[in-house]
Design a binder for this molecule. Structure first.
Ligand SMILES: [Zn+2]
Ligand SMILES: [Zn+2]
Length: 133
């Protein structure tokens, strides 16, 4: 498995929480907003894992808002989910590029985008393939 390291695309601060581990690795900490409430949410940083932990998890099919826990910026992306049409949220990868995740509860669509697709994709897939062996 590949571990993603992400930061806020707005303030540039790391979104990794090294104390709160999920799947035995550092989690990605965001702030979720739903039905007028907000709470921290932890996402697994393993690419391909859907482990999440929060006191506030919207029911299946509901769309939540996600904010940076540091600067409170809305992490909504300009892109819509190909599977369900909801807004995606975008996080910046520490090594360049973006990871986008669907904001709808239960939708497992996520994607990676690289600024320098050749170099970064190659490095990513090398690590990914190695982890599958
Ligand atoms: Zn921020
Ligand atoms: Zn979706």
């Amino acid at each position: 498995m590949v571990n993603l390291k992400v930061k806020c695309p707005h303030c540039g601060k790391s979104l990794m929480n090294t104390e709160h581990k999920l799947d035995r690795v550092s989690s990605i900490e965001l702030k979720i907003t739903y039905a007028g409430k907000n709470a921290p949410i932890y996402l697994s940083s393993k690419y391909g894992s859907y482990t999440i932990e929060s006191e506030l998890i919207p029911p299946q099919g509901k769309v939540a808002g996600f904010r940076c826990p540091h600067c409170d910026a809305d992490l909504k992306s300009t892109r819509k989910c190909e599977m369900c049409g909801s807004q995606m949220i975008a996080l910046e990868l520490k090594d360049g590029g973006l990871v986008q995740v669907c904001s709808r509860s239960g939708c497992r669509k996520h994607m990676l985008e690289f600024q320098d697709p050749d170099a970064e994709l190659e490095a990513f897939y090398k690590a990914y393939i190695k982890s599958l062996k």
